[in-house]
Design a protein around this ligand. Structure first.
Ligand code: PGA
Length: 266
């Protein structure tokens, strides 16, 4: 069976004292050996201190982005090798804020953010560095309203996994994060989440084979909270969560982890 996985995406939040306080409270709230994987993804400047803060705990570390080159003249960027050195296990890639919010605006006023091609290059680089990419996909509200959600997911998956060695596929985590549900308090219904996750697993099966697809984990993300975690995680193809806002409160994040354990491990 797939081992569920809950990760906290801290985004550009917290200062160092509050990050330390959050981890220390989380450590007291988590079981010593949870039957699921748990990670926190702090700002890159806090990776080293957070690696120390989680030492000897079941919590693992993830970064929120990387640049797909080993080294060179890429001012302001961070290589997978540098991230690995901090003790990271995971790297979030192609988050919707990187695809749709961060970057220069085009003539139509839309942000020309990270492309599928760039996400794929990062995915290959993260795998080559021996870490686990968390590849985010998800449709906008406009795309959903036009009935194009599944087409968008198909396109994003094909593009964001281009050139990835099928032998490495089981080391990849997919996060389905409908853009309209991120930070809005409006989460997908369990039916919507399950439908999208089943569609994603189908595309993964076409790309990597049915066995690999059955073993790959697909997280749900977008306004996951303690009160909806259990029902979302009961969906057969939802293997955990990528949690934004609620991961900044130890009690909420621990409750979501507990919801995942209740839904998937009992
Ligand atoms: P949210 O963010 O839980 O605050 O909606 C999720 C994410 O962006 O990963």
């Amino acid at each position: 069976m797939r081992r569920p996985f809950v990760a906290g995406n801290w985004k550009m939040n917290l200062d160092l004292p509050s990050a330390r306080a959050l981890v220390s409270e989380l450590r007291t709230r988590l079981p010593a050996a949870p039957p699921i994987d748990v990670a926190i993804c702090p700002s890159s400047v806090y990776l080293f201190p957070m690696a120390r803060a989680i030492a000897d705990s079941p919590i693992r570390l993830g970064a929120q982005n990387c640049y797909p080159e080993k080294s060179g003249a890429f001012t302001g960027e961070i290589s997978p090798q540098m991230i690995k050195e901090t003790g990271c296990t995971y790297v979030i890639l192609g988050h919707s804020e990187r695809r749709h919010t961060i970057g220069p605006k085009g003539p139509d006023g839309r942000v020309a953010g990270e492309s599928d091609e760039m996400v794929a290059a990062k995915c290959r680089a993260v795998l080559a560095a021996g870490m686990i990419p968390i590849v985010c996909v998800g449709e906008t509200l406009e795309e959903r309203d036009k009935g194009r959600a599944e087409d968008v997911l198909t396109r994003q998956l094909a593009g964001s996994l281009a050139g990835v060695d099928p032998a490495a596929s089981m080391d990849i985590v997919i996060a389905y994060e409908p853009v309209w549900a991120i930070g809005t308090g409006r989460n997908a219904t369990p039916e919507q989440a399950q439908e999208a996750h089943r569609h994603i697993r189908g595309r993964l099966a076409e790309r990597f084979g049915r066995d690999a697809a059955e073993r790959m984990r697909i997280q749900y993300g977008g306004s996951v909270k303690p009160d909806n975690a259990l029902t979302l995680m009961k969906c057969p193809d939802v293997d955990g969560a990528l949690v934004g806002g609620a991961s900044l409160k130890a009690a909420d994040f621990a409750a979501i982890i507990d919801g995942c354990i209740q839904a998937r491990c009992h």
